[in-house]
Design a protein around this ligand. Structure first.
Ligand SMILES: *Cc1c(COP(=O)(O)O)cnc(C)c1O
Length: 482
């Protein structure tokens, strides 16, 4: 592990790249931010990017690309079948994961669609260290159900457990006895567990889970979308791997999965996805669906330019100075907020800083979407757009009852290598102001509620005039400041 010490000041995260292409940002005055969020139905997904100052919605498809990635895109080999660009991507994945077969798909959820179609039978279950929204939806559409098989620690928002993404081996064994192996389509491990705050699993845990799977003849499917963060955390938090090369860690992870799939909107920081395996029979089953839903086997819905960029991005993921950028800046943000008393998910994970809405706005009941309300309030206070990861992101039960989420988080994603330290400091400042004025924040209610993945397109309205009051207070405290 590489360490950087500061001589005369407290350590800050250091950008290990220089900025050579920039995009101008726009910071709207607060009245216009209020208008914009209401036009967006108080749903940050429906905001226009031109009205947004810092776009912390997601790390998906918005990570900064390197000069080497951009130049590789210029030499892409455009052909429907047998593209040399695909062969390059295939070779890189074979090299890193040691897997023989690569199936391309247009993004992560497309891989999940194929996996669900091939492996899920009606009434099946999928034990997972924690579900992801699109995974759960695809498994559900095929009549399957995900079962969360984590330690209680996973849901403890403020913790110092370095591996909250671990699966509980004891619980998995119980689940296998209870349901029987024949009802289990596969066991799913997610690297950098997204919905609980980008929390990693340890390699020791993955190995243990894999050996249980093998003992019962079960497949282990790895969602490697957030692998780069998980790799970094294994390196810095798992003592046995402190001195082990990233390539070796990657290989060891891959050796303990039967199928690996990923969103290249995150892993490889471009846009696309893929499924890798060494198992010929599994490969043949999944292969059939790729031309049907994605595109021919040598592009799978991706542009050749993106495939070139992914190949380079995967190689760059083997560089500690690259994969440390997300986690180091997130850690800085989390620690600064914590010092100011703001409730955040700890330990700092990958992909973003997560505000704990349950504690930030404890006066808002879950039926009024505290994390969604906090997201709207933060946009008004700062022009920063986050993403609700709480009850709004859940679906209603079949009887129409709300399914209250275990956690109510507002995720502030830090797309890799995009924001500078001063922008992070601005975010910390505005979040601190909002925290000190948290009593003013009120709840939201739906005016338009889609049935499937409602958080993407649903529209909401404040339950009172709390937003106007928040704007008045902001002006009182910060004068004519934006
Ligand atoms: C983003 C993500 C997905 C879905 O990938 P898309 O490319 O957005 O479809 C799946 N799993 C995890 C863990 C993710 O973070």
């Amino acid at each position: 592990m590489r360490e950087l010490k500061f001589y005369s000041d407290n350590a800050v995260p250091l950008e290990m790249h220089k900025v050579r292409v920039v995009q101008k940002l726009n910071l709207l005055p607060i009245d216009e931010r209020l208008r914009a969020i209401n036009e967006a139905g108080n749903n940050t997904f429906l905001l226009r990017n031109k009205d947004t100052f810092l776009d912390m919605l997601t790390d998906s498809g918005v990570n900064a690309m390197s000069d080497i990635q951009l130049s590789a895109m210029m030499i892409a080999d455009d052909s429907y079948a047998g593209s040399a660009t695909f062969s390059k991507l295939e070779s890189k994945l074979q090299e890193l994961f040691g897997t023989k077969y690569v199936l391309p798909a247009h993004q992560g959820r497309a891989c999940e669609h194929i996996l669900a179609k091939v492996f899920i039978k009606n009434g099946d279950i999928v034990p997972t260290n924690y579900h992801f929204t699109t995974t759960k939806a695809h498994i559900g559409l095929q009549g399957g159900k995900v079962l969360e098989v984590h330690y209680p620690e996973a849901l403890i928002v403020e913790s110092d457990n370095p591996f909250k993404g671990n699966m509980s081996p004891e619980l998995l064994k119980k689940v296998i006895v209870e349901y029987g192996a024949s009802r289990i389509s596969f066991v799913r491990m997610e690297a950098g567990t997204n919905l609980i705050g980008g929390q990693p699993f340890s390699l020791a845990n993955l190995k243990e889970i894999y050996s249980i799977c093998k003992h019962h003849g079960l497949l282990l499917v790895l969602d490697a979308s957030l692998l780069s963060d998980n790799l970094y955390f294994i390196k810095v938090r798992e003592p046995a791997y402190k001195e082990v090369d990233l390539r070796k860690i990657t290989r060891e992870i891959a050796d303990h999965a039967d199928i690996i799939y990923f969103s290249a909107r995150k892993l490889g920081h471009a846009r696309g996805g893929g499924i890798c395996t060494n198992n010929t029979e599994l490969y043949m089953k999944m292969r059939e669906l790729v031309p049907l839903y994605e595109g021919f086997l040598t592009y799978g819905g991706m542009s050749v330019r993106e495939m070139e960029a992914i190949t380079v991005g995967l190689e760059e993921t083997m560089d500690e100075d690259m994969i440390n950028q997300g986690p180091l800046f997130i850690e800085y943000m989390v620690n600064e907020l914590k010092q100011r008393g703001v409730p955040v998910v700890t330990p700092a994970g990958g992909l973003g800083c997560h505000l704990n809405a349950m504690k930030f706005v404890p006066h808002i009941p879950q039926s009024e979407y505290p994390a969604g309300a906090l997201g709207a309030a933060l946009f008004i206070a700062s022009g920063i757009r986050g993403m609700e990861r709480g009850t709004l992101s859940e679906e209603r039960e079949t009887d129409g009852k709300e399914h209250y989420s275990n956690m109510e988080l507002l995720r502030l994603a830090l797309p890799r290598r995009v924001f500078t330290l001063s922008q992070i400091k601005y975010a910390i400042d505005r979040i601190t102001w909002l925290y000190e004025n948290r009593d003013l924040i009120g709840g939201l209610k739906f005016t338009e509620e889609p049935k499937v993945l409602r958080f993407f397109m649903g529209r909401l309205t404040p339950v009172s005039d709390w937003q106007e009051k928040l704007v008045t207070k902001f002006k009182k405290d910060l004068g004519n400041s934006l």
